[in-house]
Design a protein around this ligand. Structure first.
Ligand code: 4G3
Length: 226
């Protein structure tokens, strides 16, 4: 799996490469991450990457040309065209199913917008899909891109130790996860459900499944009906 990320803030991606599961998977060459700064593909002396929107209004829009030239430089390094994803609040909502689907692409290019976003003509000419990580706005596409990559990386075989398991996560079976407990048996007068202490594995599995169903029904009935 190779990720190419187009970003004005490449240093942010150390969050992915320097901690936890995503760091270990990177060290183990389970994925490769190449960062591209569109400022390096500008031609004017001020290295301009944005301009004011046609029609007026607040904010700035990222220029077509530096982004297009960055994409061309990425394509020149690859033997096949990458699947290009633009992270924006206008995209299709990200789901665990979509995360799994995106793992089919050996080369994924993630485009991170800043300001009010990018010139729409780049989306029309060069973006394969526009994805949103949720109905809210953050200051740039970098954190959304890192969330998408993290969700993918932890599904790459070998990325999670066998102590952890992607199969046991929330959403692997379309339901929310059950509650978890660890030592001590009583803390601040709060105890652990007795079934978890009795060692009857079939009963424990049945309890956990019932908990998942009840929580999903209670908190996210849309996941059961929808
Ligand atoms: C493009 C993505 C990018 C247009 C990006 C703002 C939230 C998400 C940006 C735009 C983002 C998301 C940068 N904020 N929900 N901010 O995936 O209006």
């Amino acid at each position: 799996m190779r990720f190419d990320v187009i970003t004005l803030f490449p240093e942010m991606f150390s969050a992915l490469t320097e901690s936890g599961v995503s760091r270990r998977a990177n060290v183990a060459n389970l994925y490769q991450l190449t960062l591209w700064n569109p400022r390096d593909f500008t031609r004017d002396k001020h290295r301009t990457v944005d301009d004011r929107p046609y029609g007026g209004g607040p904010g700035m829009v990222m220029l077509y040309q530096p982004l297009k030239e960055t994409l061309c430089a990425i394509e020149a390094e690859l033997t096949q065209k990458p699947h290009v994803v633009y992270l924006s609040p206008q995209g299709q909502p990200l789901t665990q199913r979509k995360v799994v689907q995106l793992l089919e692409h050996a080369n994924l290019t993630l485009l991170c917008g800043r300001y009010e976003g990018i010139d729409e003509r780049l989306i029309a000419s060069s973006v394969d899909e526009e994805i949103s990580i949720g109905d809210f706005v953050v200051s740039g596409g970098e954190l959304p891109a890192m969330m998408l990559m993290d969700a993918m990386i932890r599904l790459i075989p070998g990325a999670l130790g066998h102590a952890q398991s992607a199969e046991q996560d929330s959403f692997s079976d379309g339901l929310l996860d059950c509650p978890h407990y660890t030592r001590p048996e009583v803390v601040d007068g709060l105890d652990v459900p007795a079934v978890l202490l009795e060692g009857h594995h079939a009963k424990i599995e049945a309890w956990r499944h019932a908990q998942k169903l009840a929580r999903t029904q209670q908190r996210r009935p849309d996941l059961i009906l929808g």
